[in-house]
Design a binder for this molecule. Structure first.
Ligand code: ADP
Ligand code: MG
Length: 236
């Protein structure tokens, strides 16, 4: 196999931060539980994508991370699989609220993330539900009451449900901001900040974004603690 440096050069990976672990250049190197490995092999995947290879060893060490990589680079499993492993360690009661919270800009994307969480988390017995606007609240509130380990939500709808006091985020210890650049473009910054106030500060925070403009840097600086940054390709 390639050395960590050669692998990073080949895949245009740049890392910033202290004590950055080397990439996992194969699925075998990840040490994932066998039921998770079985799911990725069943999906026909032959190797981690570069963002997965470099972000997984960081996230599995419970470090905060900023991952900048373009669309289609496999970011969803980049944060979901370490989230599954985090859930196995916590063993919280999902009826008391989610442990993993993923914020996503749109209903369509949130639904896709939920589908991926259900597909890859099924054999690990992980439950996931989705909250988004443009649909009645009733069924979503019932899903919350039933309990879910992972909640994937658009910031607007989650904020509404928080204001109704129909969800508790006191158990959240793994917070993902997916497509952070797009959420800020859509004007969700106030809702994101209100939501994060309800999440305990003792948590792991992950930010995934396709671009790295000033507004995204600012919210990353406010919400993440001593993060490692991983960029794939050229990032401005
Ligand atoms: P992004 O969030 O970066 O836009 P996605 O997470 O949606 O990308 O992934 C894009 C596609 O790549 C999805 O169909 C996903 O199932 C697939 N994929 C994820 N990881 C791998 C992998 N290691 N090998 C091959 N395909 C993968
Ligand atoms: Mg994505």
């Amino acid at each position: 196999g390639l050395s960590p440096e050669a692998y990073r050069r080949k895949h245009e990976i740049t890392v910033t931060g202290v004590d950055v672990p080397p990439p996992f250049t194969s699925f075998e190197a990840t040490g994932f539980p066998s039921e998770i490995l079985r799911e990725v092999l069943n999906a026909g995947f032959s190797a981690p994508t570069p963002i997965q290879a470099q972000s997984w060893p960081i996230t599995l060490k419970s470090r905060d991370i900023v991952a900048v990589a373009k669309t289609g680079s496999g970011k969803t499993l980049g944060y979901l699989i370490p989230g599954f492993i985090h859930l196995k360690r916590c063993r919280n009661n999902p009826q008391m609220g989610p442990t993993v919270l993923v914020l996503s800009p749109t209903r369509e994307l949130a639904t896709q993330i939920q589908d991926e969480a259900v597909k890859f988390g099924k054999s690990s017995r992980i439950s996931c539900t989705c909250l988004y606007g443009g649909a009645p609240k009733g069924p979503q509130l019932r899903d919350i009451e039933r309990g879910a380990d992972i909640v994937v939500a658009t910031p607007g709808r989650l904020n509404d449900i928080l204001e109704m006091r129909k969800i508790s985020l006191h158990q959240v210890s793994y917070l993902v901001l997916d497509e952070a650049d797009r959420m800020l473009d859509m004007g969700f910054e106030p809702q994101i900040r209100k939501i994060v106030k309800e999440v305990p500060t003792r948590r792991q925070t992950l930010m995934f974004t396709a671009t790295w403009p000033r507004e995204v840097r600012k919210i990353a600086a406010d919400l993440l603690v001593n993060p490692v940054q991983v960029n794939i390709g050229n990032v401005d």
